[in-house]
Design a protein around this ligand. Structure first.
Ligand code: GLC
Length: 720
């Protein structure tokens, strides 16, 4: 087993090396002066500027315009004064540019804050850094649902619940686009696996698509996102990049999306399909949208010329509306790597940490002269992000927990030891005599990455660290880095405290020490459910058994000729039974439930009110900080149908508010349930139908810690 594990890890490292050669080539930031001279769009701003530009473009220029160049750019058309339009990854910050960008926490950490306004600040900061580095389109946010806990890119997404993911993504997008930088919400849709993403065919029924996997995209598109990125995989037998039902009929016609549809990199598999009903621009370059292939198609079917025009028109309209056609590529006054952004990154990191367990060990008293020992894989550096296109190298490896402890604590001694320390009597004595041991374990950008799924178990070395540390010293805190649930059941009883620390970006060590000492009261809440066992997730029952094997051939095969590719069905047989929807409806009980997170203080919930108003159902309650620390509570609202079943989940999240309260302070928290809150998607009529009946409305500190309950009756909608 050990040999196979080591071989697997070697393949991960080779893949990372290959990906980094592509992803981490740092592009020089364009010079402002040069671009100022270049930018003189031949057509002045006006309501019909785009049509005028289009009418001046030759067919060759149009065909060139619908495919990328230089890896991440839309071609300039110098003859018409159209500038290059740069794109960049992604949700944790600007990647691939040679500038001291801010490395924000991973998106799953952002989700764990449950803090809309904070995500808007993060989005705005990254938008500014895009402007500072000449990026006009940010290839973010990723909003794919965490269907299985081992998907290699769950760290890049916003968890298992579509309402939480949609609301938080909307805030993030609002921030980015407020800086007149466009986004491409991704990956549209059902890219919930990295095992074989180029060839897997997500087989999912319409209702599950509409109620679970599509809502985050719908929420963000309706809020004005200017771009959508299609996924690599197939959905119900059609490639996402040429999906007539999803792209043409749903996104463009039903949702009236007028923005741009950008392909994922090398994710087209024909010319005619996407041209007819798919992406507007092929990235990173023309493999199917080539001059030759399109011209040949036009010779056979001249009517496709209008399709080409449509795509160019949409691209130019988005760029014109963003102001990109009339400004230097780079804004020399926009900040990059500023102290303000660093503070936002650190605040986000600290607010994302979830206190999973605390047997009266935390917070540590900073002033006491304690001996602290830090052990484990991350004793000397922090894993700042997951692997692949989102991985921002700047700031890696950054400061360690031990270094920050040394700066902040008046501890008598602080030691940091990695390797097989348990073999040394001296090290064992050090741990035995310490006041506190911090075991920093988990994954990093090699274990958890785009292009392959990750293992369920912590690395064997980490398990040994946890067992040896807890055997020597009961005052052990486990700091766990991962992009979601891992197999904790075998060891979670051993340490006195456990912090879920995701990938926290450049401020990782500072944020962790903030929580350890109570400088920040932990307020993170799980955006995903943690099961006792992997097989407890129904979604794993029809999942590849060798999901954690890494195959270079499989990854490479994904880019091959569609004719020779062997696509395979990935059946979403569990339907709506994903995450807490499953565990709360049909079980089994999870180890840590969705929305869970401990705090150093306590909150009292009182005075729940329900009222039917013109705006919808208004629900409110009063929250009081009844404990000994200032802190933030995440009040969660779930609705429960009178009778639950697999088709009607026991409860669903329909509201959340994060409220900061000083000791003794209380505030009213309010929610509005809109029409969609009580609807289910009816496949026959292909419409959202209000489900009348009696509902229980619950308010709580997690999906399993319900504090207030009330009931309401939803009447049939008129005409039903
Ligand atoms: C990658 C990812 C996508 C990213 C793009 C550009 O393959 O799937 O999320 O934005 O290519 O790096």
């Amino acid at each position: 087993m050990e040999a196979l594990g080591m071989f697997n890890h070697l393949k991960r490292q080779i893949l990372q090396h290959l990906m980094n050669r592509y992803f981490l080539k740092l592009r020089p930031v364009p010079e402002v002066e040069a671009d100022t001279t270049e930018i003189h769009c031949s057509v002045p701003p006006s309501p019909n500027r785009v049509d005028q530009l289009l009418s001046r473009m030759t067919m060759q220029e149009k065909i060139d315009y619908i495919s990328g160049v230089n890896g991440f750019s839309v071609r300039a058309v110098k003859r018409l004064g159209l500038p290059p339009i740069w794109m960049s990854d992604a949700t944790s910050g600007v990647r691939g540019v040679d500038a001291p960008v801010t490395v924000f926490p991973s998106p799953i950490a952002m989700a764990a804050t449950w803090n809309r306004s904070l995500l808007k600040e993060v989005g705005r900061s990254i938008g500014r850094e895009c402007r500072a580095t000449g990026v006009s389109i940010l290839l973010a946010p990723g909003v794919n649902i965490a269907r299985v806990p081992v998907c290699g890119r769950n760290f890049e997404y916003l968890g298992e619940d579509p309402f939480l993911a949609g609301v938080l993504a909307r805030s993030y997008v609002s921030g980015v686009q407020s800086e007149r930088v466009g986004v491409t919400v991704k990956h549209f849709v059902c890219n919930n696996s990295e095992f074989d993403r180029h060839k897997s065919d997500s087989i999912v029924d319409e209702r599950t698509l509409r109620e679970l996997y599509l809502p985050p995209f719908e929420t963000v598109v309706q809020a004005g996102a200017v771009g959508v990125m299609t996924a690599y995989n197939l959905v119900n037998g059609m490639y996402a990049s040429e999906h007539g039902l999803l792209v043409e009929r749903l996104l463009r016609q039903k949702w009236r999306f007028t923005g741009i549809v950008v392909s994922d990199w090398n994710s087209l598999y024909s010319t005619r399909g996407p041209l007819r009903c798919g992406v507007d621009i092929e990235m990173p370059g023309a493999r199917w949208y080539t001059q030759k292939s399109i011209q040949e198609l036009l010779d056979r079917e001249p009517e496709y010329a209008e399709r080409v025009d449509e795509k160019v028109r949409r691209l130019l309209s988005v760029f014109d509306n963003l102001g990109v056609l009339d400004r230097p590529v780079r804004d020399a006054d926009a900040p990059v790597g500023s102290l303000e952004h660093a503070e936002i990154a650190r605040k986000t990191a600290a607010e994302s940490i979830v206190l999973l367990k605390n047997d009266d060990l935390l917070p540590l008293e900073r002033t006491e002269r304690k001996s602290i020992v830090v052990v484990g894989r991350f004793a000397h550096h922090e894993p700042i992000g997951g692997g692949g296109s989102s991985f921002i190298k700047q700031g890696f490896p950054g400061v360690s927990i031990g270094q920050v402890l040394g700066e902040r604590a008046s501890a008598s001694s602080i030691e940091a030891i990695d390797g097989r320390w348990w073999r040394s009597a001296k090290s064992r004595a050090l741990l035995r005599d310490a006041d506190v041991v911090i075991a920093s374990v988990g994954f990093d950008h090699v274990y958890e990455s785009e292009s392959y799924d990750r293992q369920w178990e912590l690395p064997r070395y980490d398990l040994r660290v946890i067992h040896e540390a807890c055997r020597l010293n009961t005052n052990t805190v486990v700091v766990q880095h991962a992009g979601g649930a891992v197999h904790m059941a075998p060891w979670v009883a051993l340490p006195k405290a456990v912090l879920q620390c995701w990938y926290l970006g450049q401020s990782s060590a500072e944020a962790i020490v903030d929580i350890l000492f109570g400088t920040v009261n932990p307020s993170g809440r799980l955006p995903v459910s943690y099961a006792y066992e992997l097989e407890h997730y129904e979604s794993m029952h029809a999942y590849p058994a060798n999901f954690d094997s890494v195959s270079l051939a499989r990854v490479q095969g994904g880019q091959g000729d569609p004719e020779e590719r062997k696509t395979w069905p990935l059946v979403y047989g569990e339907k709506l039974m994903v995450g807490y929807r499953q565990f709360d409806t049909v079980g089994p009980d999870p180890l840590f439930p969705f929305g869970f997170g401990l705090n150093y203080t306590d909150f009292a919930y009182t005075d729940m009110q329900l009222e039917s108003t013109q705006r919808g159902w208004c629900i409110s309650c009063r929250i009081m900080n009844s404990g000994e620390y200032d802190g933030a509570e995440v009040v969660q609202l779930y609705i429960r149908p009178e009778v639950s079943s697999r088709e009607h989940p026991f409860q669903q999240l329909r509201g959340f508010e994060k409220v900061f309260l000083r000791q003794g302070e209380s505030k009213q928290v309010s929610f509005v349930l809109d029409e969609r809150s009580f609807c289910e998607f009816d496949e026959d009529s292909e419409s959202w139908v209000r489900v009348a009946g009696r509902y229980t409305v619950v308010l709580g500190s997690s999906s399993r810690d319900i504090r207030l309950t009330s009931t309401m009756v939803v009447k049939k909608s008129p005409g039903n």
